[in-house]
Design a protein around this ligand. Sequence first.
Ligand code: ADP
Ligand code: ASP
Ligand code: MG
Length: 463
Amino acid sequence: MIVMKFGGTSVADRSAIERLIAIVRAARQAAIQPEATDWRGPVVVVSALGGVTDRLLSVAADAGSGNISAASDTLRSLRDRHLEVAGILEASDERPAVEAFIHEQFNELERLAGALSVLRDVTPRWLDAIAATGELLSSRIVAAALTAHGLPAAWVDARQVMVTSDDHGAAVPLMKETAAAVSSVVDPVLAERRVPVVGGFVGANTAGVTTTLGRGGSDYSAAVIGACLGASEIQIWTDVDGMLTADPRVISDVQVVPHLSFGEASELAYFGAKVLHPATILPAVAQNIPVRILNSRRPNDSVGTLITRERPTSDRPVTAVASKKNVTVVDITSTRMLMAHGFLARIFQVFEQHRTSVDVVTTSEVSVSVTIDDTRRLPEISAALREVADVTREDRMAIISAVGDGLQRDPSFVCDLLQAVRGIPIRMVSQAAARRNVTLVLRESDLEPALVRIHERFFGVPA
Ligand code: ADP
Ligand code: ASP
Ligand code: MG
């Protein structure tokens, strides 16, 4: 049985949902072939309609700052958009119930926005309650649309299956509890030969309070559900042909990477390849489930990217290059303390206490430099570190990470990489002993030229 996750652009409007229906129909037909060994599924996981999560978060921000009329305008246009998309149900019996659900959710959002505009305090718990609505709505519409188009489906409320920690905005699925919930809620739907449709990104803590897994978290939901069900494949349907050799928003002549190892995919996702949420691969690794990235706009014309434990070896040392902006470098310098026993532990403990993850680390005799994405707790972190060291920060930095299992076999790769960016100031360089990636930290304004040169050097067509 396969789990198919459709991202925001793959459910953005009626024609996207029509494409989704055709894709799910083909998967359903494959599942019920006489020679098939498992007639269940697929299980469908969907994101909110494209752009909706951003707009819901803007509703929370507007309401929280007292701008209730902006919040109400956005809610009105979102309500209309969902009702318009629900038009895909045409004369289906399901339409009145789905429309009633849409109104119910938006009435509730209006109430929440009203309360926020009085309280003027948008807590992560409120944000989750608001943001989760996007996936609850899209999944309900898609479930009904599949049924209306002859594919018996059932809406599964993600809050009943995805059991998470309490960390609002970045909740972590609790695997044991989620597996139990999946087997009691999703298994019966599969047994009735219906297609379960679940909203990604959304969960609930053990007390039933709505949580979310963090931006882009629907991929993660799909992988967790796939692992709980022992799926044979987790498919990530999106708006590009697969994992590309670099971010297509920066580089125009990118190529599709046909096959990645789990390790490569994790590194690429972690260092900014947005097509995959960084945690997606973890549940797949645990159960050794292949993950496939596919283009929902070209289901028959693109083979996508297959991600498995091992991949066939290739001649290229680098498989793909990931990049991300909006990174902050923190330099921690202490001539007195650095060599002292336990100093590094003390530094990392400060980041840990403030729940801030560190991405790239380099050390010298007198200083440690780290990069972080999330600077919300940096003032407290700096204050704590200043007890033992001098601390400076540099914002608007970027990371480029060249990733490939083949790097292990190429001892001179770092030289080639640095040669490619010669003349561009590089703030940090990091290569782990396992050598699956070489990571550079540089100014955000230098990212594009550096990436263009690196891509040309390692993926350019030889003249
Ligand atoms: P979805 O809504 O389907 O989850 P996302 O926007 O989260 O889609 O991810 C897909 C996007 O990721 C692509 O449109 C592309 O712009 C971006 N992206 C960044 N780096 C890469 C890469 N290396 N390969 C493919 N896509 C990438
Ligand atoms: N809708 C959520 C987001 O935009 C989750 C996702 O699409 O994966 O972040
Ligand atoms: Mg995504």
